[in-house]
Design a protein around this ligand. Structure first.
Ligand code: SF4
Length: 463
């Protein structure tokens, strides 16, 4: 493992945005559904789309969960949700028209595989009736391995799914018990067999570090077992322990969490193991098999970052369905109400469920493109970005000045307008991106906050 001598800021503790959008969702303000409807109606016909469906239900709560989900064992609720979802697709489809090809379709949650194949097929039929889904390069779904059968997997494949993300998290039974998510290695192996038999060969794993009872040795064991199963992509997320915001996280004992120092080393060791096995590191937290399409996107510079993380998707517009889902159109962002009830009431009454959003300014596009470059490629040429938007490079002077301490530490290298991340601590891209975030309050960069007054932790020397 490479030794670190520079000051690691507590940015790495997960308090900084993950920049799946710019500006980030906390900066959104109230928005009327009519605004989003106008944007949809104004979009050029035949604009390629990416579609996202949010299914906000799970069978059982994982104590580490940070998602917007509802626990239920009553399938009637899922069936009723599906009925409203179909109506929302119709409403949006009416505004968009039928000429839009779909490049990517993603089912997330929650646990979208809580939909039985019959209801999943109903959703797919509606999408196909409203959009040119047959042209989609990728139809992906997040899967909870504990709830699958060979028949359900075959059903999803029959409906067109060609990429599956398995929520694996950690293979250690002690860790699994501590987070209320028990699933054996054998279950994962069996699920992979079902997926491959059904023709779904692009398989992603989601892992988490920083979980209770995790040690460096147990994480290494999880990584080695993961590598042996040969997933196409791996996302290694850090667990953010915020029991004040997520009440169920109080079930996780503080004293069982790895130390901050251990947490800082874990992603480094994971990267080392994945790279030794031939995987490529992508951005701050993904690893990709060299034959996967994301590796190609990394090589040719077309990789992007969106709400699902790193992606090959560069459709001009992302249209999202379901409670709390966020659409990203050329004009800006629009988010549905988070609550199931208000979402259902709005859509049942024939209205869009938009409640928040943000109209993009020229500055948002300029600084957002810099952040995309840093998050995806670990480097940026500010002169190129400025020229693309018809601006002068001096627009970035204040941001570049904020980078000086990191340059002095050798974390980044600045050559003219070119900035490159030099460290193997890839999570630092969030901190570097934050220097370009015009919505953060940078007046005290040893502990500033955003414009809404949320506190940001001070830097701390942890290694
Ligand atoms: S399956 Fe995923 S969304 Fe559902 S409770 Fe567990 S972590 Fe949260």
């Amino acid at each position: 493992m490479t030794s670190q001598s520079y000051q690691i800021p507590s940015w790495l503790s997960g308090r900084l945005p993950r920049y799946t959008s710019y500006p980030t969702a906390p900066q959104f303000t109230d928005m009327e559904p009519e605004t989003f409807a106008g944007w949809l109606g104004d979009m050029k016909k035949s604009t390629p789309l990416s579609l996202y469906i949010h299914v906000p239900f799970c069978a059982k709560m994982c104590w580490f969960c940070g998602c917007n989900t509802i626990i239920t064992s009553k399938y009637e609720r899922i069936r009723a949700f599906t009925d409203i979802l179909l109506k929302e697709i119709e409403l949006v489809g009416d505004l968009l028209g039928k000429d839009h090809p779909v490049e990517h379709l993603h089912f997330g949650g929650g646990s979208p595989t809580i939909l039985n194949p019959e209801d999943f097929a109903r959703v797919m039929q509606m999408l196909k009736a409203r959009f040119r889904v047959a042209e989609a390069r990728e139809i992906a779904i997040e899967m909870d391995p504990r709830t699958l059968t060979e028949e359900t997997v075959a059903g999803y494949a029959l409906a067109g799914v060609n990429r599956a993300s398995l929520g694996v998290q950690d293979f250690d039974p002690r860790v699994q018990k501590a987070v209320n998510r028990e699933q054996s290695l054998e279950l994962i192996e069996t699920t992979i067999g079902w997926l491959k038999n059904a023709g779904i060969r692009d398989i992603n794993f989601d892992l988490i570090y920083g979980l209770p009872l995790q040690t460096m040795a147990s994480l290494e064991d999880t990584i080695r077992k993961t590598i042996a199963l040969e997933p196409a992509r791996v996302a290694l997320f850090s667990y953010a322990h915020v029991p004040g915001m997520k009440k169920h996280q109080a079930m996780i004992k503080d004293e069982e969490l790895p130390s901050n120092e251990m947490r800082a080393w874990m992603p480094l060791r994971a990267a080392e193991l994945f790279e030794e096995a031939g995987y490529l590191s992508v951005g701050m937290d993904h690893f990709v098999h060299p034959e996967d399409s994301l590796a190609q996107a990394l090589a040719d510079g077309t990789i992007r970052r969106n709400f699902q993380g790193y992606t090959t998707d560069h459709a001009a517009a992302l249209v999202a369905f379901g409670p709390s889902s966020i659409s990203h159109l050329p004009q800006g962002y629009a988010q549905n109400t988070r609550g199931l009830k208000p979402w259902r009431e709005a859509v049942s009454a024939g209205h869009l469920a938009t409640v928040r959003g943000h109209k993009l300014s020229d500055d948002d596009r300029l600084f957002g493109e810099v952040i995309q470059n840093i998050m995806c490629r670990m480097k940026v040429d500010l002169a190129d970005v400025a020229a693309h938007f018809g601006q002068d490079t001096d627009r970035f002077d204040e941001s570049v000045a904020r980078l000086k301490p990191l340059e002095a530490e050798g974390v980044i290298e600045c050559k003219g307008a070119k900035i490159e991340v030099k460290t193997d601590q890839r999570q630092i891209v969030r901190a570097i991106s934050a220097c370009f975030d015009q919505y953060l309050d940078h007046r005290n960069d040893n502990g500033g906050g955003n414009r809404n007054g949320n506190a940001r932790e001070k830097y701390s020397r942890v290694l």
